[in-house]
Design a protein around this ligand. Structure first.
Ligand SMILES: [Zn+2]
Length: 108
């Protein structure tokens, strides 16, 4: 069920975080958009690292600067399956366990 899902990007906050972490705002916005699109397609889950990590830190910002922050292999497989009619990961407990993700209660 992918109907009626939406994501929000907060430009002011993105610009602020970009300035604080030495990134171009457009680059950070692209990663935030990727994270939010990941939620739209995978569900309200986070992983312990990469684009779908709940809170990015120095390592993630450094990887963004070098263009190498990415989805995990399990997330990439799940994303490929979305177009093929595979159920979203949020509906598949085995995917969540495999990916060592945590559910997040707040919206992000
Ligand atoms: Zn999130």
């Amino acid at each position: 069920m992918l109907e009626n899902r939406y994501a929000s990007l907060y430009v002011y906050e993105i610009r602020t975080y970009a300035d604080q972490n030495g990134l171009a705002a457009g680059r950070l916005m692209a990663y935030v958009a990727a994270h939010e699109i990941g939620h739209l397609l995978l569900g309200p889950v986070h992983s312990s690292s990469g684009i779908m990590r709940a809170a990015w830190g120095e390592e993630e910002y450094r990887d963004m600067a070098h263009g190498r922050l990415d989805f995990s292999e399990a997330e990439r497989q799940a994303l490929r399956g979305v177009g093929a009619g595979t159920r979203p990961a949020v509906d598949r407990p085995e995917m969540i366990a495999q990916n060592n993700v945590t559910r997040r209660q707040a919206s992000n």
